[in-house]
Write a protein that binds this ligand. Structure first.
Ligand SMILES: Cc1cc2nc3c(=O)[nH]c(=O)nc-3n(C[C@H](O)[C@H](O)[C@H](O)COP(=O)(O)OP(=O)(O)OC[C@H]3O[C@@H](n4cnc5c(N)ncnc54)[C@H](O)[C@@H]3O)c2cc1C
Length: 387
């Protein structure tokens, strides 16, 4: 089967791997000119971890993993409030857990597929048509690609959704009230103020984290509530907003904000989910954030993207015809993803509390979560992979 995947992120590359494993002829269209390195450190566990095991990636993932000592919650004056040793947190995930930078996972996946699928960088669809037998994609260079199946793996703001589903922009995006920023600082003075842990300071509606990464650099992660969805935000406006939201804080925060102007890999985005009522239209379907974005509040975006890709590939392998396979894929995941999205929205006030009282409750629960015997009561909502 000829398959065109739009988007070479975590979902698109994982799908490319599994389809090429089963002998499909795969083309991946990626609009960036190369792999993108932006993003923050992700917790990687759950079904994506299982998919990575099936792909034989454990050694590669161990190499990109950061052996963070602990999760340290800070006070505004730079004193430690409390800490949770990471090994105890990993126990909650039965030790099947990694922390690594989002971009590093993408690089590992790209290495798996680059010699067996055609990854076309600087390439996007400008129009998509289909008939009973094929899908026809016109690309930015005006060439046409004909395939048996087209998969939109192009993230939260999927252009495949608008081109193939005539969707008006943002129709399926549910803004859940937060903005996030992440960037890398290459400044020894800032590094000298951190240790080997992941440090977080929270105030009602605003949270900042900082942690060391390879190359003697420091990575940051900001999250704050914002009343409305802002559309496109320029980098200048984003800096301004970070100063507005975090400028009054102490600890290391003034250094982080000062360094933002010279920062590498500046990432800034709204925190939203994607709720797509139908995941398929004839020979077109979706995978990853384009149809199932759960948002960073669920803490499993990359894991879910890999789980979705694997589930789609297995449905295509095991079902007799395309239409049945796409229906089977959607039925296997759609309602579990909706449940996960609901649970992420409920969890939002734990992730970023909106009052000092809720911060207190969050702290008590976080400390309790690693007490002996608690593991059997902790149940992460997730999805099940096909056998
Ligand atoms: C640069 C970047 C940084 C991120 N940082 C964070 C972060 O810090 N925190 C967080 O929670 N999530 C972040 N995410 C989202 C996170 O990666 C996803 O939630 C998760 O990994 C699911 O991945 P995905 O492959 O479905 O979507 P994405 O990771 O969004 O990947 C989609 C891919 O499609 C490409 N693409 C988009 N439109 C087109 C088009 N028209 N034609 C061709 N290609 C297209 C994009 O360039 C991208 O490579 C980031 C995503 C990106 C792309």
């Amino acid at each position: 089967m000829d398959v065109c995947i739009v988007g070479g992120g975590i979902a698109g590359l994982t799908l490319a791997y599994w389809l090429s494993e089963k002998g499909d002829n795969v083309t991946v269209l990626e609009k960036s000119s190369s792999l993108r390195t932006e993003g923050y450190m992700i917790d990687f566990f759950g079904p994506g971890y299982e998919v990575a095991e099936k792909m034989g990636l454990m050694n590669e993932l161990r190499n990109i993993h950061y052996p963070i000592d602990s999760l340290v919650f800070m006070k505004n004056d730079g004193e430690k409030k409390y800490d949770i040793p990471y090994p105890k947190l990993r126990k909650l995930m039965d030790d099947k857990h990694f922390n690594f930078m989002r971009g590093d996972l993408e690089s590992v996946l790209y290495k798996q597929v680059k010699n067996r699928v055609n990854v076309k960088f600087d390439s996007s669809p400008v129009s998509i048509d289909q008939d009973d037998d094929h899908v026809y994609v016109t690309l930015t260079d005006e060439s046409t690609l004909t395939s048996d199946l087209l998969v939109g793996a192009d993230g939260m703001r999927s252009s495949v959704r608008s081109l193939a589903f005539n969707e008006t922009f943002n129709n399926s995006i549910r803004y859940i009230g937060y903005y996030t920023a992440a960037y890398i600082i290459d400044d020894p003075a800032v590094l000298s103020k951190t240790g080997r842990s992941f440090y977080t300071y929270s105030e009602p509606g605003a949270q900042v984290s900082v942690y060391p990464i390879r190359g003697n650099k420091v990575a940051t992660f900001f999250l704050y509530t914002y009343p409305e969805q802002q559309g496109h935000v320029t980098q200048e406006r984003a800096f301004h907003q970070l100063h507005e939201q975090f400028g009054h804080m102490n600890w290391i925060v003034p250094d982080l904000l000062k360094a933002s102007v010279d920062a590498d890999d500046f990432y800034f985005d709204e925190v939203s989910q994607v709720e797509l009522p139908e995941w398929r239209n004839g020979r077109i379907t979706f995978v990853g954030d384009s149809c199932q974005c759960v948002s960073l509040l669920a803490g499993q975006g990359a894991s879910m993207a890999m789980a979705g890709a694997y589930t789609l590939a297995k449905s295509l392998e095991n079902q007799t015809d395309l239409s049945t396979a796409l229906a089977h894929y959607e039925q296997s995941l759609h309602s579990d993803i909706e449940a996960l999205q609901r649970s992420a929205r409920k969890f939002a006030n734990y992730f970023l509390p909106d009052s000092w009282w809720r911060i207190y409750v969050r702290d008590v629960l976080t400390r309790a979560s690693v007490l002996p015997g608690i593991r059997k009561f902790v149940n992460f909502k997730t999805v099940r992979l096909p056998q």
